[in-house]
Design a protein around this ligand. Structure first.
Ligand code: 5GP
Length: 589
């Protein structure tokens, strides 16, 4: 069995070494022959020696020769109008293999068996069958002859049904009963066909008149039909604007499941997403329903999502209901203040007095327009904000990061109004300032948060962050989540990491021998975790996620400390090196 022999004999038919041809013979030459004679013509036609060398090299390039050979071979076959001898080469090859295996295996039989079981050969035969059976080219039945001549404004559209939905929604005018195309989903089957447009009036589906039908009945007809579907439509006046892909990206700030949405006109056309997902908005023509795709899903059709305006009105409505149900803010609304755990009641943040902070849903979080941002090497580092419930291990992770690379990571130095102790130095443990100055700074909103302990003020200032960033270091700051929205500024471009506790059974296992500062006693001594601490940690984490989850760039579960540390390091490295999604305002300042 000699396959190379076959190839060579085929080549010899086309390969000519005759380079004696002159220009007059060129038209009769094949492209391949022309390529062979070109080098000998260069001397007379190209003056520059450099150009000749270059062209010589190019014309001798093996890949060019192969390409031309393939081109010629294809052309030759096209001219012959080949028809397949059989259209089941794959099953023939399998049958041959079976028969051969039953015979005595001499060298040639073995070689043939090997050839037939080669994956490339199998793929080649399968492609052959696809082409031979023309399964790529669906057979459309002929158009009906009985179309009225006077229906010249009627369009007959034939689409082949696949598993993919049509990607169009319809609506029925209650007065006239007319069924029209309400929207075409970008990238869907209807959109790609270019045949159906918004505003087209649907007259018939597969010969069944639809004027008297409800949209659900029409959908039922579509669902029942197999293969080709014939639509009779009267083209609408309103033509869609050219489908240019708008480059608007948003971060979803809420979870959305069309299955549970009573307002969506067509649940099947909806796009489900989770809080934090990045969506590409493809079309905003409809004020209520936008069309969007998940970022990175290049193919496929767009789905319907509630528009910003519509979702805001839904949320506003539910928020006013909640507010009217609440007689007064619940006194038991729990806050845990990390920086002064010993005395929570005296802890404040500069924004805390504003009542609205307690109910951030008032901000009607819907979508945030985002864009990609990659920090230039000359720019300051992004501020790294760490958020999580007390006891989850935020401080340990922060310390581990600092120890791992003290030249790179740093933390802020707090301010206090208490007296400096002997072993302390100003600007190291604290910035020591007078009570009077501290109060003035509070008034001037200089603190992200502050608290009072034993008659003294303690607090973290915005300037203390600036001074870390000015040293070209990554500033690690653990904060209460309600401060996030105030720190999300173009100046700090914060990257927010939420540290989440694992399920309670893991907490019991991993925190068996751990101690923590519970903040429940004034002595501030570390204590072992109780079952109640675990439950509180999980509940607080859940509450934080529900209320502020849309502001978290990354969620890391602190199950095993070293695994969480590695995950955090990898994440922070990526923040420095890779492009990240940030609010649009952060990039054009
Ligand atoms: P000390 O006076 O012993 O250094 O600290 C007293 C308390 O002040 C500690 O519980 C410590 O956690 C708290 N503290 C230290 N820095 C800050 C800060 O920046 N903000 C708040 N609210 N408390 C702080």
């Amino acid at each position: 069995m000699n396959t190379t022999h076959l190839l060579l004999s085929a080549n010899s038919r086309h390969h000519s070494n005759d380079t004696s041809g002159n220009c007059s013979t060129i038209p009769a030459m094949s492209l391949y022959e022309l390529l062979s004679v070109l080098p000998s013509q260069l001397q007379t036609h190209v003056d520059s020696a450099d150009d000749r060398t270059f062209l010589h090299a190019m014309f001798r390039e093996r890949s060019l020769h192969s390409l031309i050979k393939i081109h010629e071979r294809l052309q030759q076959y096209e001219e012959c109008c080949p028809t397949p001898v059989l259209d089941r080469a794959t099953s023939l090859a399998q049958g041959v293999s079976r028969e051969l295996q039953a015979t005595s295996l001499n060298a040639e039989v073995k070689e043939l068996l090997k050839l037939l079981s080669n994956p490339y050969m199998e793929s080649l035969l399968s492609v052959h069958d696809t082409v031979a059976q023309k399964t790529y080219e669906p057979q459309l039945p002929p158009l009906p002859d009985d179309i009225d001549d006077d229906e010249d404004s009627v369009k007959i559209i034939r689409l082949v049904k696949s598993k993919e939905p049509l990607g169009a929604t319809i609506k029925r005018d209650e007065h006239t009963g007319a069924v029209t195309i309400a929207r075409i989903l970008r990238g869907g089957a209807a959109d790609r066909s270019g045949l159906i447009h918004v505003g087209d009036e649907l007259k018939e589906v597969n010969g069944i008149p639809v004027d008297d039908k409800q949209p659900e009945d029409i959908i039922h007809i579509l669902a029942q039909s197999q293969g080709a579907i014939t639509f009779k439509v009267v083209p609408g006046m309103q033509q869609e604007s050219p489908a240019k892909e708008p480059k608007m990206y948003v971060r979803a700030l809420f979870d959305y499941n069309p299955e549970e949405d009573k307002a969506i006109p067509c649940k099947e056309a909806g796009l489900a997403f989770r809080k934090g997902d990045i969506l590409q908005v493809m079309c905003q023509d409809d004020v209520t329903w936008w069309q969007a795709k998940h970022d990175g899903h290049t193919s496929g059709r767009a789905g319907l999502i509630p528009s910003k305006h519509f979702q805001e009105s839904v949320l506003q409505l539910s928020f006013s209901l909640i507010v009217s149900l609440l007689f007064s803010p619940p006194a038991s609304f729990r806050r845990s203040f990390r920086l002064s755990r010993r005395d929570r009641k005296t802890n404040k943040s500069m924004y805390e007095c504003k009542k609205s902070d307690r109910y951030d849903t008032a901000d009607v979080a819907t979508y945030e327009e985002v864009t990609t941002y990659r920090r230039a090497p000359t720019e300051k580092h992004r501020l790294v904000l760490l958020v999580g419930p007390t006891g989850v291990g935020l401080n340990e992770l922060k310390k581990k990061l600092l120890i791992s690379d003290p030249q790179h990571f740093s933390v802020t130095v707090p301010h206090t109004s208490r007296q400096k102790r002997n072993q302390e130095s100003d600007g190291v443990e604290y910035h020591f300032i007078s009570k009077h100055l501290f109060e003035a700074d509070i008034q001037n909103n200089k603190f992200i948060e502050y608290g009072e302990f034993k008659g003294n003020y303690y607090g973290t200032s915005l300037d203390s962050i600036r001074s870390v960033l000015a040293k070209n270091k990554v500033c690690l700051l653990d904060v209460q989540p309600h401060t996030l929205k105030h720190l999300r500024t173009v100046e700090f471009k914060p990257y927010v990491v939420f540290l989440k506790p694992p399920p309670v059974e893991h907490l019991r296992e991993t925190r068996k021998n751990a101690k923590f500062l519970s903040g429940k006693d004034d002595k501030g001594s570390a204590k072992p975790f109780t079952e109640e601490d675990f439950m509180e940690m999980i509940n607080t984490a859940q509450q934080m996620e529900n209320q502020y989850g849309h502001l978290f760039d990354k969620v890391i579960v602190n199950d095993d400390l070293s695994a969480a540390f590695s995950a955090l390091k990898v994440t922070l490295r990526k923040v420095e090196l890779e492009a990240q999604w940030v609010p649009v305002g952060w990039t054009h300042s």
